[in-house]
Each structure stands twice: as structure tokens, then as C-alpha cells.
Design a protein around this ligand. Structure first.
Ligand SMILES: Cc1cc2nc3c(=O)[nH]c(=O)nc-3n(C[C@H](O)[C@H](O)[C@H](O)COP(=O)(O)OP(=O)(O)OC[C@H]3O[C@@H](n4cnc5c(N)ncnc54)[C@H](O)[C@@H]3O)c2cc1C
Length: 90
């Protein structure tokens, strides 16, 4: 196996690791190591799997509500549902 030379090793491909890596790549050689089969598997994946317009402060709720028309537009363009009802305990 060839040797891989990197400047920074980021452990974890969630949003934290991905953000750190993205911010470093212009100046350094970065590798993200993820234990799961794909990045964003844990908290990050669970977070993006939920559209919760009642969650968070007013600013967060307003931002979430602003994304609603984008989902509806995408559903129209794809002729496919993106959002579906699911249980949510807050
Ligand atoms: C339903 C839900 C809604 C949320 N809503 C919001 C919101 O509106 N706003 C907000 O700011 N936050 C929200 N959060 C919180 C937010 O999602 C998390 O704080 C964030 O995703 C955490 O990211 P992370 O990268 O730290 O962790 P993770 O996404 O868990 O990533 C850590 C990664 O590291 C990997 N890993 C761990 N140990 C190792 C190892 N030894 N070697 C290799 N890989 C390893 C794991 O497999 C994992 O993929 C929400 C969370 C949930 C569950």
C-alpha cells in the first residue's frame, strides 16, 4: 500500500468534522476518517432527517419555515414526496 501523507487527520465525518475539514483544505492536506459506512450517519443524519418548524428559537423557526417552499418546489419538480409525517418527541 502506498504511504499517504497528510497534514491533518479529522476523526469523524459528521457536520463538525466535515466543517473543520472544509475550512482547512485550502491550506492543508486533510483526511476525514469515518467509522461508519458513510458520513453524517449519527447526530448529523438524524438532524437532517427531521423538518421541525416548531423547534428552536424564533430565528431558527423563521429560517426553518423559509425552507418550506423549497421542499414543496422540489416535490413538484420531482413529482415525488420528500416530506412525510413521522413521530417526534421534543
Ligand atoms: C432530531 C435532531 C434535530 C436537531 N436539530 C438541530 C438544529 O436545528 N440546529 C442545530 O444546531 N443542531 C441540531 N441538532 C444537533 C446537531 O445535529 C448535532 O449537534 C450535530 O449534528 C453534531 O455533529 P457532530 O459532527 O458533532 O456529531 P455526529 O454527527 O454524531 O458525527 C460524529 C461522527 O464521528 C464518527 N466517529 C466517532 N468516533 C469515531 C472514531 N473513533 N473514528 C472514526 N469516526 C468516529 C461517528 O461515526 C459520527 O459519524 C439536532 C439533532 C437531532 C438528532
Amino acid at each position: 500500500m502506498d504511504k499517504l501523507s497528510v497534514d491533518v487527520l479529522v476523526i469523524g465525518g459528521g457536520i463538525a468534522g466535515a466543517s473543520v475539514a472544509a475550512n482547512l483544505t485550502s491550506k492543508t492536506k486533510v483526511v476525514v476518517v469515518e467509522a461508519e459506512e458513510h458520513p453524517g450517519f449519527h447526530s448529523t443524519g438524524r438532524s437532517v432527517a427531521v423538518y421541525a418548524p416548531m423547534y428552536g428559537s424564533k430565528v431558527i423557526r423563521d429560517i426553518t419555515a423559509m425552507s418550506s417552499p423549497l421542499f414543496k418546489k422540489a416535490e413538484d419538480e420531482l413529482s415525488q414526496a420528500i416530506l412525510s409525517q413521522r413521530g417526534f418527541l421534543l
